[in-house]
Design a protein around this ligand. Structure first.
Ligand SMILES: Cc1cc2nc3c(=O)[nH]c(=O)nc-3n(C[C@H](O)[C@H](O)[C@H](O)COP(=O)(O)OP(=O)(O)OC[C@H]3O[C@@H](n4cnc5c(N)ncnc54)[C@H](O)[C@@H]3O)c2cc1C
Ligand SMILES: *[C@@H]1O[C@H](CO)[C@@H](O)[C@H](O)[C@H]1NC(C)=O
Length: 603
């Protein structure tokens, strides 16, 4: 059987099982008339677009239309334990993006590149992500404000994090001031963990780090992630913010509508969009504003297609330049991570597909919405630490423990999805295949390397060129070297060795065997070969004052050089946040919606 056939069979099985567990998922959508005219058009129903739609439609006098390229979410998108559902069938629920071949990293991956998933369905990437709810660090936001972006300091954005949130985790005297209750988006504690979840916290303590709620006063330490899950079902941003408000007559969402271009009048005011709905080209008009919430890959792509971007690049592709805005698509940041620092453990200590999909797990999920299917697959814990000199309250490294060995599925799905070359799988992972294990992935919280999004052609159907340019800055490799050593120390704690029985995979990795095993040069080689993405693209429509030549949007998220057009999503981050980017993207949606309300006199 070829990989495509394996993937199709897996996708069908997962879809069938999900319907048995929770029934059909539904998400009502509309079909709007040709040339419809509304007050606000929002492009994309993802993490940021969904709160924008919910908040703007609070004003009954404003008509709001959401245009979403993807379709309705399937049942399997709601079952947290099935979070990898979209991986085998990205053409269906995601953009089948790949990065460009990387020059400085990813040498052990097919084409030196990586699959670069983005959700293409209602809910966007929040409907395919791993559900960990992490806000980042207070300094992330204070630094945005210090660059001259008024209204983005931590004290201000905290209000918006709380406004979204319906927190059901453990409230203590220390964290109560940081959480919201009664907001549209439920955040729960994970309902299931393997023994590794607790062991990870104990390993942290052994190394001198506290376990704590890292979304509260201090981020520095170890935690078990809170998740965007409600009663054991995934809470995508659209489930939380749009679905409960669909009774509003002024809020409509039309799926299967890929926006291809923003339309401007002669004064460069955005007046609407052109989009493709089920293969027909149509238009929609906005009396007040067009909001791009298409994510950090597709928002810059849309600006470029619309003639807003670096003149040279646009001219080379035969696109007429409306505004020469050099920053569009630049300043690309992501959190690079190292895969393959892994340990084997005795049966029962980590995640296994048999337990996840076995009858006991299904019965527990159907009757109580708990057990392995109720929690994101294998995501046991995070840690944020500072390894270099500097502000001790601001981390430079995140560590994710995944209770998952790359070969637990005998190389069927995980390795081809992560994108390892077959010979790397055979050489490095296969000797342990079928065994349970865990991987500790160091991630650079704020890398120094910068990548870009550019167009391949002027055809909107073409995927853009995604170049993360990982590890192009040598400091990123040196910091990773510290990170690898720290990951090894976590795995070598007494807790991990004796209570869990962790055995390190000390096989020399493919491509680095000529170097003395365990030397700094060996690990530098390992880092460049095994680094990859954590799926957190950000920064490609940078928010900055006008004096910054890379500025794409103002602090009120208005696109420079035109009017009536904002970008509201992960692309506006001037620096990526020091943690996973879903919660910050939702906050950006909340924050942006308030700017719009203020600017149009509704508050
Ligand atoms: C596999 C994976 C795992 C992740 N795990 C986590 C995690 O555990 N925790 C975490 O915090 N973050 C995680 N992330 C990252 C997080 O989900 C994203 O940072 C966040 O969702 C980005 O929000 P956004 O609003 O910028 O974009 P998105 O949520 O991607 O929304 C963009 C929306 O716009 C639509 N769109 C795009 N182009 C067009 C167009 N031309 N016309 C119409 N619609 C369009 C898309 O279909 C999509 O619905 C993960 C991401 C992935 C892919
Ligand atoms: C693991 O820890 C033990 C005990 O502290 C130590 O003797 C050993 O050298 C460590 N191993 C590695 C690979 O660091």
């Amino acid at each position: 059987m070829g990989q495509a056939a394996i993937n199709a069979a897996m996708a069908a099985l997962v879809g069938f099982t999900a319907k048995l567990l929770i029934g059909q998922a539904n998400f009502p959508t509309d079909i709007v008339e040709d040339d419809v005219s509304v007050d606000f058009i929002i492009v994309g129903s993802g993490s940021a677009g969904s709160p924008v739609a919910a908040r703007l439609s609070e004003n009954p006098a404003w008509e709001v239309l959401v245009l979403e390229a993807g379709g309705a979410p399937p049942a399997e998108s709601r079952v947290p334990g099935m979070m990898l559902y979209s991986m085998p069938d990205y053409g269906r629920y995601g953009y089948n993006y790949r990065t460009t071949p990387q020059k400085y990293s990813q040498f052990n991956y097919v084409n030196n590149a990586n699959l670069f998933p983005r959700g293409k369905l209602i809910g966007g990437s929040s409907a395919v992500n791993f559900m960990m709810y992490n806000r980042g660090n207070r300094y992330d936001y204070d630094r945005w404000a210090a660059l001259g972006n008024n209204g983005w300091d931590y004290k201000t954005v905290l209000k918006y994090f709380k406004k979204s949130e319906n927190y059901r985790g453990r409230i203590t005297p220390e964290n109560t001031a940081y959480h919201g209750v009664g907001g549209p988006m439920t955040v729960e504690s994970k309902r299931y963990g393997t023994p590794l979840a607790k062991a990870y916290l104990d390993a942290g303590r052994e190394l001198g780090y506290p376990s704590l709620d890292t979304n509260a006063a201090s981020q520095m330490g170890f935690n078990t992630p809170d998740v965007t899950v409600k009663d054991g079902l995934r809470q995508s941003a659209a489930e939380s913010f749009i679905k409960p408000n669909l009774h509003r007559r002024n809020l409509r969402i039309q799926s299967d509508s890929q926006v291809t271009k923003v339309l401007f009048d002669r004064n460069l005011r955005a007046i609407g969009v052109e989009y493709k709905h089920r293969n027909r080209v149509r238009r929609a008009y906005a009396r007040k504003e067009v909001v791009l919430s298409a994510g950090a890959v597709d928002s810059p792509k849309l600006l470029l297609l619309s003639g807003v971007g670096p003149r040279q690049h646009l001219e080379a592709l035969g696109i007429r330049t409306l505004v020469d805005l050099p920053g569009v698509g630049q300043n690309f940041q992501d959190h690079p991570s190292i895969f393959g620092i892994c340990w084997n453990v005795p049966k029962g200590m980590a995640t296994s597909f048999q337990r996840l999909l076995g009858p006991a797990s299904k019965i527990e999920y159907i009757t109580k919405r708990s057990g392995p299917l109720s929690a994101p697959f294998g995501m046991e814990g995070n840690a944020w630490v500072r390894l270099r000199e500097g502000d001790p309250t601001f981390p430079d490294m995140q560590f994710l423990i995944a209770s998952l060995s790359i070969g637990v599925d005998f190389g069927l799905l995980i390795s081809p999805t992560v994108g390892f070359k077959r010979e790397v799988y055979n050489d490095y992972f296969k000797p342990y295949q079928g065994q349970e294990g865990f991987n500790i992935g160091p991630m650079l919280t704020v890398p120094k390397s910068r990548g870009s999004i550019t167009l391949r052609s002027n055809d909107p159907a073409d995927p853009p060129l995604i170049d993360p340019n990982f590890l192009s800055h040598p400091d990123d490799v040196e910091l990773f070297l510290e990170g690898v050593k720290f990951a090894l120390a976590i795995g070598n704690t007494t807790v991990m060795r004796e209570r869990i029985g962790a055995r390190f995979n000390d096989r020399p990795v493919t491509g680095c065997k000529h170097l003395s095993y365990g030397s700094d040069d060996y690990w530098r080689c390992f880092i460049r070969r095994m680094a990859s993405t954590t799926y957190h693209p950000a920064g490609t429509c940078k928010m900055a004052p006008e004096s910054d030549p890379g500025s794409v949007v103002s602090s009120r998220l208005l696109v420079r050089g035109v009017s009536g057009l904002r970008v509201i999503d992960a692309s506006i981050m001037p620096f990526i946040t020091s943690g996973n980017t879903n919660a910050p993207s939702i906050m950006i949606g909340e924050r942006g919606a308030d700017f719009i309300k203020e600017d149009h006199g509704f508050i």
